[in-house]
Design a protein. Structure first.
Length: 236
């Protein structure tokens, strides 16, 4: 399976980069109380921070608004997934727990201020491309609605689009039967490659410490726009 960022993305956002984390032989289950408590506590602490700090001052939210504008999308009408999470926390509409994988994904997104998606690798077909959605492109999302991805970044395999920093699709959702996961961190463009690698490694280690299995991480950017998932170095 090849993973490739299409060149037109770099034409619009030259410093665009993502982290790809591959989890193998992992076990998804109900979240342990430790993770539930950590997610709840982080949201409560973030709520008080957001009382004094407006959303546009959050680095990840500000940078992803700029990405949307560079691509021709409206960040006010279709905010990134991390902005939606922060908006909910600011309203004390705290995110409920789902599973040991999904809850960690939520925690990573809130903690690092970036959109983040996890996808069931067993449901993906062929190569994966990171591109910009055309006017007719969309899918049924995890938000329960059909979502247009016009002028927004999306992930697509040989079958259809399945993920985005906006909202992910139902087709590739993580369940307790999922054992192989593709985790994509939609990084802040201003983040250095070295910082991004450190962040991805930290996420991979935390995920496998809780869910078992192995993780491998790499950063895709203008100087390294593609990789083979099978070629990722496995860490034990």
């Amino acid at each position: 399976m090849e993973f490739h960022i299409e060149p037109k993305l770099f034409d619009a956002v030259s410093e665009f980069k993502i982290a790809i984390i591959h989890y193998n032989r992992t076990t998804v289950s109900d979240s342990p109380q430790m993770l539930k408590g950590r997610l709840q506590l982080f949201q409560e602490q973030l709520f008080f921070e957001l009382e004094e700090r407006p959303l546009h001052e959050i680095d990840g939210i500000r940078e992803w608004r700029n990405v949307w504008k560079a691509l021709g999308a409206n960040p006010m009408e279709n905010p990134s997934s991390v902005e939606l999470l922060y908006y909910r926390v600011a309203k004390q509409d705290y995110i409920e727990t789902h599973s040991s994988a999904v809850d960690l994904n939520t925690l990573f997104s809130l903690q690092y201020g970036i959109p983040s998606g996890m996808y069931n690798l067993e449901t993906l077909v062929g190569d994966i491309h990171v591109t910009v959605g055309q006017e007719e492109v969309g899918y049924e999302g995890l938000n329960g609605s059909f979502n247009s991805l016009h002028n927004m970044i999306l992930l697509k395999d040989g079958y259809s689009p399945f993920g985005s920093p906006y909202v992910d699709s139902v087709r590739t959702a993580i369940t307790e039967e999922t054992s192989e996961i593709l985790h994509v961190l939609f990084l802040r463009p201003d983040m250095s490659v070295e910082e991004a690698q450190h962040l991805a490694t930290a996420c991979g280690r935390m995920f496998t410490s809780l869910n078992g299995g192995e993780s491998s991480e790499t950063i895709l950017h203008k100087g390294n726009p593609s990789l083979s998932v099978a070629d990722l170095p496995t860490q034990f």
